[in-house]
Write a protein that binds this ligand. Structure first.
Ligand code: PGA
Length: 249
């Protein structure tokens, strides 16, 4: 059985009091206990939020990590630091990191390795821009992102990864991929994993959908056999919307 996961990526939102309020509300909410709920606040709040989450089943993640182990990398946070404050997950390769911070598959492959080395779980993001889909190049592009970002891992390592498919044209736009479009790409990603690692391994890896996922469309998306949950941006900033999504399986 694959893990069902709903992860809330708060991006660069919330100041201290609001972040602590949101985390406290989410952690105190009741939700479907079979779902793995993850909050991914800005890094500056992670230490405090892991303490609030300590006696709950909610896990905490970070939005970015350094590919380097430690040392003279001003402004960066390494996986050992993140691990030491109790976070368990790390986003790698979110489309905003790719677009605004020029993160390429090669760097992301190094980040994935570093995240696994410190026994955190990477949530590796992939997805095409609108023009790639319009050109019919979306499968090729996602294939390259998966191969170059993840296929340096062996079977035991890939089993500790989560993948998030997030079509860039659906992120923060209100336009969601249709249920069929999501399933089609998730099945394609699972096929890539099957070819490389075999069916048993591929069937064990959770693949999340992200991009304008909200209470009104989560159920339909999560019904698909290869969609194992969601990576939620905007709707994760509101407790009742986020919890409603978690209860949509
Ligand atoms: P969105 O963002 O839900 O606001 O579209 C998703 C994401 O970027 O992870």
């Amino acid at each position: 059985m694959r893990k069902k996961i709903v992860a809330g990526n708060w991006k660069m939102n919330k100041v201290h009091a609001d972040a602590i309020n949101l985390a406290t509300e989410v952690i105190g909410s009741s939700y479907d206990g079979s779902v793995n709920l993850i909050v991914i606040p800005p890094a500056v709040f992670v230490s405090e939020i892991t303490k609030i989450a300590a006696s709950s089943k909610v896990a905490v993640g970070v939005q970015n990590t350094s590919q380097f182990e430690a040392g003279a990398y001003t402004g960066e946070l390494c996986t050992a630091m993140i691990k030491s404050v109790g976070a368990q997950y790390a986003l790698v390769g979110h489309s905003e990191r790719r677009a605004y911070f020029n993160e390429r598959n090669e760097v992301l492959a190094a980040k994935v390795k570093q995240v696994l080395k410190d026994e955190l779980t990477p949530i590796y993001c992939c997805g095409e821009m609108l023009e790639e889909r319009e050109k019919g190049n979306h499968f090729n592009l996602v294939k390259t992102q998966i191969k170059e970002g993840l296929f340096h891992l062996d079977s035991s390592q890939i089993l500790n990864c989560v993948i998030a498919y997030e079509p860039v044209w659906a992120i923060g736009t209100g336009v969601t991929a249709s249920s069929d479009q999501a399933q089609e790409m998730h099945a394609f990603i699972r096929e890539l994993l099957t070819d490389k690692y075999g069916a048993d391994t591929a069937q064990s890896i959770s693949i999340l959908y992200g991009g304008s996922c909200k209470p009104s469309n989560a159920k339909e998306l999560f019904l698909n056999k290869d969609v194992d949950g969601g990576l939620i941006g905007g709707a994760s900033l509101n407790t009742s919307d986020f919890i409603a999504i978690a209860n949509s399986f």
